[in-house]
Write a protein that binds this ligand. Sequence first.
Ligand SMILES: Cc1cc2nc3c(=O)[nH]c(=O)nc-3n(C[C@H](O)[C@H](O)[C@H](O)COP(=O)(O)O)c2cc1C
Length: 226
Amino acid sequence: MMSIDEAVATRRSVRGYLPDEVPQDRLRELLALAQLSPSNCNIQPWITHVLSGPSLRSLGDKMVAAAEAGIPPDPDFPADRKFEGIYRARQIDAAVQLYGAMGIDRHDRPRRDWAYRRNLDFFGAPHAALIFLHHTFEEREAVDLGIYAQTLMLLLTSRGISSCAQGALGLYPGIIRDHLGLTQTHRLIFGISFGYEDPAVEANRARAGRAGVEDAVVFHRDAARA
Ligand SMILES: Cc1cc2nc3c(=O)[nH]c(=O)nc-3n(C[C@H](O)[C@H](O)[C@H](O)COP(=O)(O)O)c2cc1C
């Protein structure tokens, strides 16, 4: 079994998968462990729907068809924020890494659109976890979803299962709700595609960088600021 350090250091977003499914009992074991994630007042606000097989593929087909038909996305949470300053620089760096690995020029709009649309078919993954938030909840509970998601992704990593968190899966929540028989009470921020990495997929050669601790963390020790 991997150490927590190894799981954190080796987890990365994988955007191309082999068709092999994760055994159902393993999946249940990891989802049960992820239930131990902490949450504000222990309300455990995540509502997770795991899709596999024909259910997953037909949902992917519906979302890709919507995008190709030019149907505008209608996300439950705003997804069109423009980043600025260092955040924009980090976004560009990640895009350069990803599109570079795929041999796509960052300014080649048609091929970038094609690459982005792969999100909607779960990058060919055999499974996806769609993580919903009850409509009465806001940012505080969304934090809990993030913690839960990272717990799940680290557990997957520790068992050799790759994943990719995808805000893009929240672009067509209406299609997803119809597919799953859910109502507007379930709001979708993101999902996680997961399965076994296909090492032949070019996108999987991308490696995203990180800011150093000195750029992200401020240490305080003095009793009062001067
Ligand atoms: C909440 C969230 C949403 C994300 N949405 C997407 C997405 O829609 N498509 C995608 O390809 N990657 C998505 N990512 C993956 C990030 O791009 C990735 O985590 C980041 O570039 C760092 O790379 P790494 O995960 O390989 O370390 C998302 C990650 C998070 C945490």
